[in-house]
Design a protein around this ligand. Structure first.
Ligand code: GLN
Length: 552
């Protein structure tokens, strides 16, 4: 039978609950246990697909087309398993299901209430993940203990231990131990308060993970142990790490995985840990020094979490090449003013990521043209492919005012257009092409050589497609359509041949979702490889520290 770990957070949001949960997942996997993960999100959206990425961060897409919380990206990258839409549940999706059941008459005669109907639905979502091939289900509860919206979730996970038995559940509570400069001390009071809040809902944590910038002393651990009623070895000091990939090692040093196994009645000795691969990865991460400067030209650059998987995929590629990827976040709207400036010129590579709506698109088209003309390696992701095609249409094929009809519905040349008929979409609420789709690559193309394969599968999230009516004209102008859907109706990859440009490639998909720290995605690997060549080709090497203030 599967065991369950519930991870809650207190004191403050953004303490890294997702990374803590993911890191524990990695450690348990390194012990040979089979792990799956899920996130319970207390907000009312049915899924995060309708939220602004500039506010909430990236929408992570699973193979089955689930639009999910960005923490699922961390889960996949850390536990190296592909998850599905069942791994993310929101208050909205719970209520939607409960209300549908009520309308169907499933609760006929009953008053439908938070307890038991909503809590039963939450428990059912968690229970669903427990399969024969899963030893441990790790469940992260979004939000912070004390939030209004979190209460039904806390109640559901409280009941869960009664339902499945004490030894099958472990509660981990993550808190903040701040350092107060005036008194020169680390403070445990916020932790005490947040544990009190959790207890008031009937949950006594088994493990307390304390986030802090300095390690927590044994004295402080003793204090937390006494006041919060957990054994001292269950007070874990999770000090800030220099890379997120180091966190599993930080937690391992604190013995968290062994303790969780004991709580769950898993014989840790029968599952010895093998951390060698992860340690090798972290050594690689720490040894990268040579900088490669990548510009991310998008519209949500004020919140880098909006491009979380893109950033991680670039980092993974950097680990592979032994280089440190330095990011320059460039607001697409400012690009027209930057043309000809040092800021663009010194980029070693560019990513034009996905996005929706009109704002910033002209700047992205200008950026695509600039990288093409100045031989700067460029990777376009989804909207990125769209703007590359628009640039090729206008500037290579001479199609004046060519555009995507998403941006200009009256364009004389809608080189990117809605293809609803091809997609056989009947439900207007779900007009996006979502999830994994296969593509066939042209043998010998840049993309086929990068993947080392001719059939690939990538995740999608978009409405607009390359308009195949223009394919002939664009190809005559030099653009290569190097990958299509198996029926050849949809263009999935475009590129310039390598004798024309070192690397200029766009994909209709979001390959960033499939990159793993020890297995960089081939397209990001090739982009960073080409960027490294550009960086090395500079005489003298150009890396102006003064310009680093543009880098976050
Ligand atoms: N807005 C574009 C579309 O819907 C691109 C979407 C994206 O970049 N994910 O097709």
């Amino acid at each position: 039978m599967s065991k369950f770990v519930f991870v809650t957070g207190g004191v403050s949001s953004s303490l890294g609950k997702g990374l803590t949960a993911s890191s524990l997942g990695r450690l348990l996997k390194c012990r040979g246990l089979r792990v799956t993960m899920c996130k319970l999100d207390p907000y009312i959206n049915v899924d995060p697909g309708t939220m602004n990425p500039g506010e909430h961060g990236e929408v992570f897409v699973t193979d089955d087309g689930g639009e999910t919380d960005l923490d699922l990206g961390h889960y996949e990258r850390f536990i190296d398993e592909s998850l599905n839409r069942n791994s993310n549940t929101t208050t909205g999706s719970i209520y939607k299901a409960v209300i549908e059941k009520e309308r169907r008459g499933d609760y006929l005669g009953k008053t439908v209430q938070v307890i038991p109907h909503v809590t039963d639905e939450i428990k059912e979502r968690v229970r669903r993940l427990a399969r024969d091939d899963v030893d441990v289900v790790i469940v992260e509860i979004g939000g912070t203990v004390g939030d209004i919206e979190i209460v039904p979730f806390i109640e559901a996970i409280r009941q869960f231990r009664r339902d499945v038995g004490r030894d099958n559940v472990c509660y981990i509570h993550l808190t903040l131990v701040p350092y107060l400069v005036p008194s020169g001390e680390q403070k445990t009071k916020p932790t005490q308060h947040s544990v009190t809040e959790l207890r008031s809902r009937g949950i006594q944590p088994d493990v307390i993970v304390c986030r802090s910038d300095q390690p927590i002393s044994d004295g402080l651990k003793r204090k937390i142990s006494l006041l919060c009623d957990v054994p001292i070895e269950a007070v874990v000091s999770a000090v800030d790490a220099s890379s997120i990939y180091e966190i599993p090692l930080v937690l391992y040093d604190q013995g968290i995985d062994g303790y969780v196994c004991r709580t769950l009645g898993i014989d840790a000795a029968a599952h010895p840990i093998d951390l060698s691969n992860w340690e090798a990865l972290v050594n690689r991460v720490e040894s990268v020094e040579r900088p490669v400067r990548i510009g991310i030209i998008g519209k949500y650059v004020n919140l880098p979490d909006a491009y979380l998987s893109v950033v991680e995929a670039l980092r993974h590629a950097g680990f592979h090449h032994g280089v440190k990827v330095v990011f320059d976040w460039i607001d697409a709207e400012t690009v027209p003013d930057l043309l000809g400036s040092e800021r663009l010129h010194i980029l070693d590579g560019v990513v034009i990521p996905g996005g929706f709506g009109e704002r910033g698109v002209e700047g992205m088209v200008a950026a695509a043209a600039y990288t093409r003309e100045h031989e700067i390696p460029c990777l376009g992701l989804c909207l990125g492919l769209h703007v590359m095609v628009v640039d090729a249409a206008r500037n290579l094929a001479g199609l004046e005012n060519a555009n995507s009809s998403e941006v200009d519905s009256l364009t004389p040349h809608p080189v990117i257009d809605l293809m609803d008929d091809q997609l056989d979409v009947t439900d207007k609420g779900g007009t996006m092409r979502l999830g994994a789709y296969p593509a066939m690559l042209v043998p010998g193309s840049v993309v086929a050589r990068a993947y080392g394969a001719e059939v690939v599968s990538e995740r999608h999230r978009h409405r607009y497609e390359f308009n195949s009516r223009y394919q002939g004209r664009l190809e005559e102008a030099g653009l290569v359509c190097s990958g299509t859907s198996p029926d050849r109706r949809l263009v999935e990859f475009i590129e310039l041949p390598q004798d024309v440009h070192p690397f200029w490639l766009g994909t209709q998909a979001h390959p960033e979702f499939k990159s793993r720290p020890d297995r960089p995605h081939p397209l990001f690997r090739e982009l960073v490889g080409a960027a490294l060549e550009r960086a090395e080709g500079r005489e003298p090497p150009l890396f102006d520290v003064d310009l680093l203030d543009t880098v976050r």
